[in-house]
Each structure stands twice: as C-alpha cells, then as structure tokens.
Design a protein around this ligand. Structure first.
Ligand code: 5GP
Length: 182
C-alpha cells in the first residue's frame, strides 16, 4: 500500500515554473520558427506516459508552432528503481531529418532512459536536439546526462502525481508528492 508522505510541489508552483520554461524555450527557438499555417519545423517529442500533463502544459506555454510526436519506452516495469533495460514500446510516427527536436521528459533519475533515447534520436539526424525535463534527481545519476531545460531539482524521493505514477496510481494528482510504502 502507498501513502502520500508530503507534497513537494504544489499545483501553482508547477504552473509558474512551466510558464517560465515555456517563455525561455520560446525565446531560444524564436529565430527558427515558421509562420503560422506553415508546417512546423520544431518537433516536441513526449516520452509517454508520465510526461502527458507536463507536455500539454509546456507546449501551450511555448508561443511557437510545434509539431507533436510521442515515444513510449519501458524501463521500470512495476519496480520503483531502474532496471537499466530500455525497450521502445511505441516509436515515433515521423522521420526526424527536417525537425529541430525538443524531447520532453517527466524526470531524469539514473539518466539511463534519456541517454538511450538521446543516442537513438541523434542516429535519426534531426536538425538539432534539446531536452526539457520537469524534474531532475541528480543524486541518483548513473550516466552523465543533463537537460537543456529543467523545472526542478529534487532530492532522492520516489515521487508521484502530475503524470508520474506508482503502478499506474496517482498520475492524475495535480501536484507532485513523495510517497512511501506502508
Ligand atoms: P531513469 O532512466 O533516468 O532512471 O528513469 C527515468 C524514468 O523513470 C522516468 O521517465 C520515470 O518514468 C521513472 N522514474 C524515475 N524516478 C521516478 C520517480 O521518482 N517517480 C516515478 N513515478 N517515476 C520515476
């Protein structure tokens, strides 16, 4: 059984930070943007499923035309720590040669998932590649990878909410909380 230990990030704290990230990304990519009505050349890739609320909020905070795509990988199964094995469950729908890729992830923990995804995406020759993550747990890093845009650095807690789950529970909580098993 799970118990919410404490709320780490409130709905408002998340919304404020996501808006800041959106403004920063808008500024950084402004020079690349196509006109509204033209095919977007910036592709926001969401890593399913935990990223969904962050992806939806961040993309709406970026005031530039974006194309959407999603990739789904499995690395954790039902465990609360990384197995280190990454498998693609759902691949992208489009080739990447004509896109500036912004990969959007919920959390970087050991870094194994993003390292795998970064190498995989770079082999598809995008015009450019950057990473945006909502949360970063640097204390748990096993491979050196950093995001270009990061919402919050957190300590080594297992967190749920705002898309993040524990065995599919708690994804739709509007805040982010640390949990413990009881
Ligand atoms: P990494 O490969 O960096 O260890 O793990 C990345 C993935 O592990 C994330 O996309 C997320 O699905 C999962 N993950 C890592 N830490 C947490 C956490 O504290 N809570 C939840 N719910 N998932 C986590």
């Amino acid at each position: 059984m799970l118990e919410i230990e404490r709320v780490l990030l409130s709905e408002k704290e998340i919304a404020d930070r996501v808006r800041e990230l959106g403004n920063q990304i808008t500024e950084d990519y402004q020079h690349l943007a196509v006109k509204i009505g033209d095919a977007p050349n910036i592709l926001a890739i969401g890593v399913l499923k935990g990223v969904v609320p962050f992806y939806a909020d961040l993309c709406r905070a970026i005031a530039l035309p974006l194309a959407f795509d999603f990739i789904s990988v499995s690395s954790y199964g039902q465990a609360t720590s990384s197995s280190g094995t990454v498998r693609i469950l759902k691949d992208l729908d489009v080739p990447l040669e004509e896109y500036h890729v912004l990969m959007i992830e919920d959390i970087i923990d050991t870094g194994l998932t993003l390292t795998y995804l970064k190498e995989n995406i770079l082999r598809r020759n995008p015009l450019s590649f950057k990473i945006a993550t909502l949360l970063d747990k640097p204390d748990r890093r096993e491979v050196p990878i950093t995001a270009d845009y990061n919402g919050f650095v957190i300590s080594d807690f297992f967190v749920v909410g705002y898309g993040l789950d524990c065995m599919e529970c708690c994804r739709n909580l509007p805040y982010i909380a640390a949990v413990r098993t009881i």
